[in-house]
Write a protein that binds this ligand. Structure first.
Ligand code: A2P
Length: 343
């Protein structure tokens, strides 16, 4: 990408939960945006949004959407990424893709800027950089500071994932059900986004099941963690669960390290790591929760304790706004990295 004062940016999926967050973050972080193009489906054609005091209207995503675009941020689902990311690259744009379409492609970097920034610039042969799964990104923000003290051998992860992780449709579904309940009406029977009623329920099922009994979401955590840490020997077993929370994913992490890591060492490492805040004062009922982490850029880590069942183990808890660090913020941070490194 040619160095410029301002970059023409396109957001594919601009009307969605992550796309909207991308617009806000570009503005907040004063990303050097020249022209901004908002793209979505035909349903949203002509919808108006304001960006930095300008009124912009949504166009339909298509093969010719990317003329003159320097950076294309994709958050319109894997199918659209597979179809249109190549068109954006052919038009001369660098793509930062928030879907799962390219994450495990060995020629495409998968990046969390605080963790493996050099990967973004090492091999952008295909003109695409992938953004990790939202739960993986939040979990890794807690794991990496520990990993830097001692290699982690095995992780048992249990996630508590907000409905906005399933997009605008997930938010609308929980709202509909809670509204019906609060108005003493029967809860709507049909569900569009989740396999069961989500209000007043928890659902241990995110994405589809694979042959080994795990869901795709659970296997993404395992595979993407290995790729981002560059460690094919780390083992991670996950159970991913949808909970009736609007925003912010939480993950319980139990890990075994190569050498013993004390609680104090872990706390110091978390405190020092960029993008992470330590909230760990259980005596005063102070620990990370979605009501605190929602809308924040940092991921919050607490409940750090030694696992008394093994010689070298820790348990901890992380809460992070998955629309931000798990998606839009991380995507914009990658774009910032590419601009800084002149990729
Ligand atoms: P639209 O709002 O027009 O449906 P979310 O993850 O919050 O559901 O958002 C998905 C995003 O992807 C939305 O911006 C949505 O646009 C967009 N999208 C979904 N299907 C298509 C499609 N076939 N073509 C272009 N954009 C799409």
């Amino acid at each position: 990408m040619e160095r410029k004062e301002k970059y023409n940016v396109a957001i594919a999926g601009a009307t969605g939960a992550v796309g909207q967050e991308m617009m806000q973050i570009l503005e907040e972080r004063k990303f050097p945006v020249g022209k901004l193009i908002l793209l979505a489906s035909e349903r949203s054609q002509g919808k108006k949004y304001s960006f930095c005091g300008r009124e912009l209207s949504v166009s339909v995503l298509g093969e010719n959407s990317f003329r003159g675009i320097d950076i294309a941020l994709f958050s319109a689902g894997s199918e659209r990424s597979r179809k249109y990311a190549v068109c954006a690259v052919a038009s001369g744009a660098v793509v930062v893709d928030n879907s799962s379409a390219f994450r495990m492609d060995p020629e495409i970097p998968l990046v969390v800027p605080e963790i493996n920034p050099s990967a973004a610039t090492l091999h952008t042969k295909k003109g695409i950089v992938a953004n990790p799964n939202c739960t993986t990104a939040v979990a890794l923000m807690a794991l990496k500071p520990i990993y830097d003290i001692s290699r982690i051998k095995r992780v048992v992860a249990t996630s508590f994932q907000a409905v906005s992780g399933a997009g605008a449709g997930g938010i609308a579904e929980l709202e509909r059900q809670v509204r019906s309940w609060s108005e003493s009406r029967e809860l709507p029977r049909e569900t569009n986004t989740f396999p069961h009623q989500i209000a007043f329920n928890v659902i241990p099922h995110i994405d589809s099941f694979t042959q080994n009994g795990y869901t795709k979401e659970e296997m993404k955590l395992h595979n993407e963690t290995r790729k981002i840490l560059g460690d094919d020997s780390i083992l991670l077993t996950a159970t991913t669960v949808r909970v009736p929370v609007f925003r912010s994913h939480c993950i319980s992490l139990n890990l075994e390290t190569e050498r013993k890591v004390t609680v104090e060492e872990a706390r110091d490492a978390i405190r020092d790591f960029p993008g992470v805040s330590l909230v760990d004062d259980p005596e005063n009922s102070d620990y990370p929760m979605p009501v605190e982490s929602s809308g924040k850029n940092n991921c919050f880590v607490g409940r750090i304790r030694e696992d008394y069942t093994v010689k070298k183990g820790l348990s901890l808890w992380v809460s992070g706004d998955q629309l931000k660090k798990g998606a839009a913020l991380n995507t914009v941070q990658i774009a910032e990295l590419l601009v800084r490194k002149n990729v």
